[in-house]
Design a binder for this molecule. Sequence first.
Ligand code: 5AD
Ligand code: SF4
Length: 459
Amino acid sequence: MSKRLYIETVGCQMNVLDSELVAAELLDAGYELVGSAREADTVLFNTCSVRQHAEDKIYSALGRLKHVKDRHPQNIIGVIGCMAQKDQQMIFRRAPHVDLVVGPGQLGRIAALLERVAAGDGPQMEVSPDRNSADRAAVERSFARFEPLRTAKVRPVPHQAMVRIMFGCDKFCAYCIVPSVRGPEQSRPAEQIETEVRRLAEQGCLEVTLLGQTVNSYRDRSSGRTIRLADLLYRLQEVEGLRRVKFVTNHPRQMTTELLEAVRDLPKVSPYLHVPAQSGSNRVLRRMKRGYTAEAYRKMLAHIRQTVPQAAITSDFIVGFCGETEDDFRQTVDLVCGARFKNSFIFKYSPRPKTRAAELYDDDVPHDVKRRRNNELLAIQNAISLEDNQPLVGRTVEILVEGPSKAARRRGAAGEPTQLVGRTTCDRIVVFDGPKHLTGKILQVMIEKVDVFTLFGCP
Ligand code: 5AD
Ligand code: SF4
């Protein structure tokens, strides 16, 4: 009997990649992928713990599956990824109909664990030991590398792929749960990354996005020499067939001259830099343990603009962090007004258990104040994003076509041409009408109008 698998993914690009790898592995083990939980007999939730809201959504989705499990007890429900590592046994207590809990370090074990559940061995759980409770080598080993062979079949866009270059994080920013759920920072050997990218390019992949929590602290010492991100980019520039290389997420302290010069000098490397600032107030940055001041961040921005003038720079901000005053928030507004980011992702602070901030400080900014600051900062950033897009009207941009837009897919869009979406090297989204067979092509598109998030073009 064929087993029908559905994976619901929330969270960051790391999770999207993990789901792709899990799907590839389970396809190999005889599963078939289906488009919704309703059609599936195995449902996996790949979860995120970065904010409370992401967890609440998963627990309510699990709740909604309870009656399905009552009617079809042989169906399997699994919780994998960051929340599995964080909540462990508590998931079985809060949702007793869950059969499987697997942390980000044990994804390679899923096929075997699913078999055990199916064989009637009862609920299965595999997670890593707590970061503080064992020695680093043991914790590191427990976050086993999961690198199954890639197949274009399970990628949403076969011409684009994410490639992990680092696991985990050692920065321990005061608000962040990632170091405890994703484990110690480990860089993959450059050789291995290069082989994977070559193979992807041979499969027709034109664009890779290199992933790491702090991708610019990449450092591979496995060959005796130290290979950094800039060196890796030079190697990937040589990969035949590959057209674009992007990388996320950067830490502001490690935007080195070598890295910026690589971005400037290598034609395949996209001039797109995501460098989260988190706050514009030195007092808040210190409490967040970010390791830089607002002045240092501005200097780093000036360095980028000077070296790569055409770069699109994006950022993340947390509003309402513990003790953030109105004056602190004004300093963040000042930074956003001056920096002119292409885009900023803005989040309301959410205390995370066992982080330094949750242990040391009160979550003392009321929720409606967080919401007001969030809305205000978003409105300022949106106005800047729109102004930033406007000069593109009447200009031609180069895009990689990703396929029909979400709206076109919803409409079923039988007749051609349909609405297509593509992306520029600066990660701007371009929507235009064209035949579906343009998917996976790199084209020049003339921009006719723009809004805050989208450029509208005609080929
Ligand atoms: N609360 C709110 N936002 C957070 N982020 C990380 N941890 C938290 C938290 N506890 C945000 C940061 C990070 C992005 C991925 O999520 O801005 O850059
Ligand atoms: Fe990604 Fe962090 Fe969320 Fe895990 S907790 S899915 S690493 S954003």
